[in-house]
Design a binder for this molecule. Structure first.
Ligand code: ADP
Ligand code: ZN
Ligand code: ZN
Length: 733
């Protein structure tokens, strides 16, 4: 038998494949896409077979042989393999790492995982009326859980948990023999007549119907639809009805949501509409649960997968439609190692599979909007809110001309009082955690800086600690100024923790709740606090960006944006776009039909043209204006960017490294660098940027390729840590 050689993607930070020999007994056995165990630098790692060859240029004695084959059926099919390879190429990221990230954690390990089917909950068959009536009397949450399981037989624990039920409720029902669990049947999903629940299906408005018809018309071919519609305009209903026909033809649907976008309300709408197997993939799941989702897709028993960005790599063999909800959301972009954009890869996958994709948002990204305006995407707008709810009004409050108290202007305090008196809730939005963003000495103005980042420590009063929000290092609060010895050390500026204290004092008759990363660290805490808000236990909500996404607060009728000025004068050309999106998203979360909401934005620059445009003409107008500016400034989406980041313990290394790269001409590309990063020093490392910009994607791609080759021969490449980011969205690092 003739020899065989494998080209294997190995999980190492190198942009190349590695050649291995196939042992005699496995020749002609191994297929492309399989996982194999290979030796690599004294370790055993899992690699993916990308090519099989009968000839090899590397001398025999230099070649290693694969150790074994993982014969478990969980390999990459040719289409998914091609897709993942394309992702690695597009992002110029080490191919082995891309393949690793496309696999669930448990399939990256040499040890074999437990692949027993998921346990699903069903209602028991012999239920006594007595047991049910007891539930009705005493346990309304248990009753709701029981009814959910009874109407949608076969629900998994991750689904129930996402829907805000807990283990105790589940156990109570199981103990009463009202529900039983059975392993999920491993059979290919097939649509059944009764899988569509028509009782909650809505009659589409004309606007909605046009979109659904357009998507249906484009089934089984590539088309990208951008649906722009404010929160509450009926986008979800459009998704649901567009999915019907896909599912009915036994095809699968992938729904991508932002990191914290999957609310119980959204999931329950999918559950209520379709009695089909739905699997979830998000950061709230453990490794085993994620593997379950992956396997359910791979085995073909999942009909719908709802997940965050990495769900784009699930092996769906009969994918018929992709939906990306809140497509503008920055969490679709992974911000470390393999810096891919979930939405962009979703479009690439739809193109590869020749299927339609729907992007939805109240505030489309300028990238998507430009593609829609230029005719690359089908552009749909939902201008009216469904039903008859009205949109929240945005009002600018000039901070300069009125007294303020703890960062609140007097106008705003008045509005708060009125809202609370009506029995409605107020949301205060401040995107800064902690008690104060710095502490200083009142005598000599010394500021406590983190030595590793050269940035002020944030004061966390509750924990009695100074914490660096950039590197996480902690320090005790000094009793005396280390510079002049004065004991007059005081907080500088205001964070959510301090605001909570101030507001509690100012409005002592009302309950205040703070929802940020610090107050929701414990598992289940966020869901608990959100429930308390819904139950009106708190009247004043203080939150960071976390609160702007996903959640709907019908009784919040006043939203206060306390500190947005930074975005107006940022080094980041996307800051204004992001601020506008945030404002509109927050406005959309507040109020409902009978109680319209109001958003008040405090600013020292209320005359700023961006703010004026947004407030008076709305996001769509603002966005077109912003596109004109981007076009004139030759910025994305009219040009294409890549960002090389370099860091080292000494500033001279990354600086010189980038300067040397810039000495070469790269055709069609403009280079800017070395530029110190906005956070020039972080965790003891000095950081520099090189921005590559090109008029075409092709030129950018070639330029990056040439730069990578330059790096390979650069004397400093081992002394600096560097990475490349294609289509960067975060320029702060
Ligand atoms: P979005 O996803 O844009 O926020 P939804 O699809 O959730 O909007 O719709 C918002 C609200 O309007 C929901 O309560 C939904 O039931 C209702 N709704 C949506 N479409 C219609 C319709 N065609 N007729 C009546 N109500 C609708
Ligand atoms: Zn001092
Ligand atoms: Zn630090």
């Amino acid at each position: 038998m003739s020899a065989q050689y494998l080209q294997v993607a190995v999980p190492v930070p190198m942009r190349q494949l590695f050649t291995y020999k196939v042992p005699e007994e496995l020749i002609s056995e191994i297929n492309v896409g399989e996982r194999v165990i290979v030796p690599f630098a004294n370790r055993q790692v899992i690699g993916i077979v990308l090519e099989i060859q009968s000839h090899c240029d590397v001398p025999e004695n230099k070649l290693k042989t694969i150790l074994s084959r993982i014969n478990d059926n969980y390999h990459f099919d040719p289409l998914l393999l091609a897709f993942v390879r394309r992702c690695a190429e597009y992002y110029h990221h080490p191919i082995g790492d891309v393949f690793q990230q496309a696999l669930p954690v448990l399939l990256r390990q040499v040890e074999q995982p437990d692949v027993a089917p998921t346990q699903l909950w069903h209602s028991a068959t012999d239920i006594t009326d007595d047991a049910l009536s007891k539930l009705k009397k005493r346990a309304s949450k248990q009753l709701a859980l029981f009814q959910l399981i009874a109407s949608h037989q076969g629900l998994s624990w991750p689904e129930l948990r996402t829907l805000n039920y807990n283990k105790a409720q589940l156990k109570a029902l199981a103990d009463k023999a009202l529900i039983i669990k059975k392993p999920a049947e491993i059979k290919t999903f097939a649509w059944q007549e009764n899988a569509l629940a028509t009782d909650n299906k809505l009659n589409l408005s004309v606007e909605q119907a046009v979109i659904v018809a357009a998507v249906k018309q484009s089934l089984n071919q590539y088309a990208c639809h951008l649906v722009e519609g404010v929160t509450g305009s009926g986008k979800t209903e459009v998704y649901l009805q567009a999915m019907e026909q896909v599912l009915a033809s036994h095809q699968q649907v992938l729904v991508l949501v932002p990191e914290i976008g999957l609310t119980p309300q959204t999931l329950s709408r999918f559950e209520q509409r379709f009695k089909v197997p739905i699997y979830l993939h998000h950061s709230g799941l453990n490794d085993k649960e994620r593997l379950d989702t992956w396997l359910s897709a791979q085995r073909g028993n999942a009909a719908i997968i709802i997940g965050t960005r990495s769900a784009i790599f699930t092996p769906l063999h009969k994918l018929g439609l992709i939906i990306v909800d809140e497509e503008h959301d920055s969490s679709f972009k992974q911000q470390d190692s393999f810096r891919y954009h979930g939405r962009d890869m979703a479009i690439m996958r739809a193109r590869q599979l020749n299927i339609p994709i729907v992007l939805g948002s109240a505030t489309p990204s300028l990238e998507s909007l430009q593609n829609a305006l230029s005719g690359k995407y089908h552009y749909h707008q939902l201008l009216k809110r469904a039903g008859n709810s009205s949109k929240a009004k945005i009002e600018l409050v000039d901070m300069a001309n009125q007294p303020t108290e703890f960062g609140l202007s007097s106008n705003i305090k008045k509005a708060m009082k009125q809202t609370l008196a009506r029995g409605e809730q107020v949301l205060l939005f401040l995107n800064r955690r902690g008690y104060a963003p710095a502490i200083n000495c009142k005598e000599c103005h010394w500021i406590a800086d983190c030595q590793r980042c050269d940035k002020p420590y944030t004061l966390h009063q509750g924990q009695q600690l100074l914490i660096c929000h950039h590197c996480g290092s902690q320090k005790r609060i000094p009793l005396q100024c280390p510079s002049c010895g004065s004991p007059r050390i005081a907080p500088l500026g205001q964070g959510t923790e301090q605001l909570e204290h101030r507001i509690s004092d100012m409005f002592a008759d009302y309950s205040v709740v703070r929802i940020d990363r610090d107050s929701t660290r414990r598992k289940g805490e966020l869901a608990k606090l959100l429930q308390e808000v819904t139950d009106n236990k708190h009247q004043l909500l203080i939150g960071t960006q976390m609160l702007a996404k996903g959640h709907h607060f019908p009784n919040v009728t006043l939203v206060l944006m306390l500190d947005i000025d930074g975005a107006l004068f940022s080094y980041d050309f996307r800051a204004a776009e992001n601020m506008a999106q945030l404002l509109v998203q927050v406005a959309g979360r507040a109020g409902r039909a009978s109680k319209p909401g109001k958003v008040m934005v405090q600013s020292y620059f209320p005359e700023h043209p961006l703010l004026q445009d947004l407030v008076h003409n709305g996001y769509n107008h603002f966005a077109r204006q912003a596109l004109t500016e981007r076009s004139q400034a030759l910025l994305p989406p009219f040009t294409f960017q890549a960002l090389f980041r370099a860091e080292a313990n000494y500033p001279s290394y990354p600086e010189k490294f980038i300067r040397q790269l810039c000495q070469v001409q790269y055709q069609g590309c403009e280079l800017a660098g070395p530029i110190p990063a906005a956070m020039e020093k972080k965790a003891g490392k000095f950081r520099y940027h090189l921005i590559v910009q090109a008029k075409s994607r092709k030129a950018l791609h070639l330029g990056v390729q040439a730069l990578l080759q330059q790096i390979m021969v650069n004397e400093l490449q081992t002394k600096v840590r560097w990475s490349v980011d294609i289509d960067p969205t975060d320029l702060s690092w």
